[in-house]
Ligand binder design. Structure first.
Ligand SMILES: Nc1ncnc2c1ncn2[C@@H]1O[C@H](COP(=O)(O)OP(=O)(O)O)[C@@H](O)[C@H]1O
Ligand SMILES: [Mg+2]
Length: 400
């Protein structure tokens, strides 16, 4: 918990209260603490954390008994390891946490540090890495759509960073070609703050915030791994989720850094035997260097077709892990979506592909399960009118 110095002297920790009862009955905010706000649920708290930047989240008895509370505490622990979550005493009377650990602590059970780690696994920042050792398996497609699905589920600010520096095509998938890229941000890597980021991050109509790859291999050559690390760190601090689209490299300093620090790694495979073999090799490797724990690695099968003899059970047996989502092969839908630069997750919400993407979003952000899409744009409605007509069957919204 931090105590900051201000011009008037010491300033206590900032607290965000979660209480379905706005009068905060039964909750005492200790003297000296700064009350930053009161929200009705942990899900709502997750959305305001990036702007309010609380040091402590204090949940009332009622808030702590809401369904899914543990999952969302876990999400907060993953995305914001520095924030302490406290639950009012009555909610968890038997844990014995908090007061014994910290005599200064106000009445309440504290979930922080080692205890959170014990209950919720390793705590790492809200970095989501989408990766596969094989090219062309849908990393960019999944990264773009997962990022949009997270925005739609009200997860708070979500960034998508294209780390396929040489050949990245996030900008194509999201129709933001020719605008700012990581190359514009590189010179500021050492001093990257909120203002500079705001200047260069592209705002997608979905609400997603994008940093595309430079788009030219010679510009990518200029990027030093240390600069990329600093940029990722700056982006991470400003967003509830930062989704990283990766190249297919297996030997890449930045990749291993990201894999290590990510809270989730979406590892993509297809049914293609060559892809499966490569995925098997890297999962064994990741296991050896301690990055392959089951909690963090989420296996996703993309471009699945039941015409292939390689069934899901065979894939799971071969790789020794369960697939958390299976995205069907749907060329009409996906190719049209990429052609138009409009994510399937935004425009074809009811498709099997979108459902599978949402399943990944729920794996990353459990509250996404209950969340409704937060934005339904005119474009979405328009696209429904034109559904099934293919890329050439419409005049609105082509490539700019
Ligand atoms: N589920 C899917 N169904 C059909 N086509 C897909 C699917 N996922 C991806 N694709 C297509 O596969 C190609 C490669 O996808 P991409 O995301 O660029 O792969 P990567 O980033 O792994 O190289 C693209 O043309 C994309 O349209
Ligand atoms: Mg790609």
């Amino acid at each position: 918990m931090s105590v900051r110095k201000s011009s008037e002297g010491l300033v206590g920790p900032g607290v965000l209260v979660i209480s379905p009862d706005p009068s905060m009955k039964g909750l005492i905010v200790p003297a000296g603490w700064r009350l930053l706000g009161v929200v009705a649920s942990l899900g709502a708290a997750a959305a305001v954390i990036p702007s309010l930047k609380p040091d402590v989240i204090l949940a009332s008895h009622e808030a702590a008994s809401q369904p899914g509370f543990d999952e969302i505490v876990r999400f907060i622990a993953l995305a914001y390891p520095d924030i302490e979550v406290r639950i009012s005493e009555a909610a968890t009377p038997s844990t014995g946490l908090g007061r014994e650990e910290d005599p200064e602590a106000p009445p309440g059970a504290t979930l922080s540090g080692d205890e959170r780690r014990r209950r919720f696994g390793p705590l790492v920042p809200g970095l989501i890495v989408v990766w596969s050792p094989k090219g062309g398996v849908g990393k960019t497609f999944v990264a773009c759509n997962l990022a949009v699905a997270l925005v739609q589920s009200g997860a708070g600010p979500v960034a998508l960073v294209d780390l396929d520096l040489k050949m990245g095509d996030v900008a194509v998938h999201l129709d933001v070609v020719g605008r700012t890229t990581l190359a514009d941000v590189l010179p500021y890597a050492d001093e990257l703050n909120h203002q500079i980021l705001e200047k260069y991050v592209i705002r997608h109509p979905s609400g997603l915030r994008i940093l595309p790859a430079p788009g030219r291999p010679e510009l990518a050559e200029l990027a030093q791994p240390e600069q990329i690390r600093k940029i990722i760190d700056a982006v991470r601090k400003e967003h509830a989720f930062s989704v990283l689209d990766m190249p297919a490299d297996v030997v890449n300093e930045v990749l291993y850094d990201c894999l290590e620090h990510a809270s989730r790694v979406v590892l993509l495979t297809t049914q293609d035997p060559a892809c499966l073999r490569q995925v098997k090799i890297v999962t064994a490797l990741l296991g050896k260097i301690g990055l392959g724990n089951g909690e963090k690695l989420m296996l996703v099968v993309n471009r699945f077709s039941d015409r292939s003899p390689v069934e899901i059970q065979k894939i799971e047996a071969f790789l020794g892990m369960k697939a958390m989502a299976v995205i069907p092969e749907d060329r009409d839908l996906v190719e049209a979506s990429v052609f138009r630069g409009r994510p399937v997750a935004l425009e074809q919400e009811e498709s099997q592909v979108s459902r599978a993407i949402r399943q990944i979003a729920v794996g990353v952000y459990p509250a996404a399960d209950n969340a409704r899409p937060v934005r339904r744009t005119a474009t979405t409605l328009l696209s429904r009118l034109f559904r099934g007509r293919g890329p050439s069957g419409r005049s609105e919204g082509g490539r700019r």
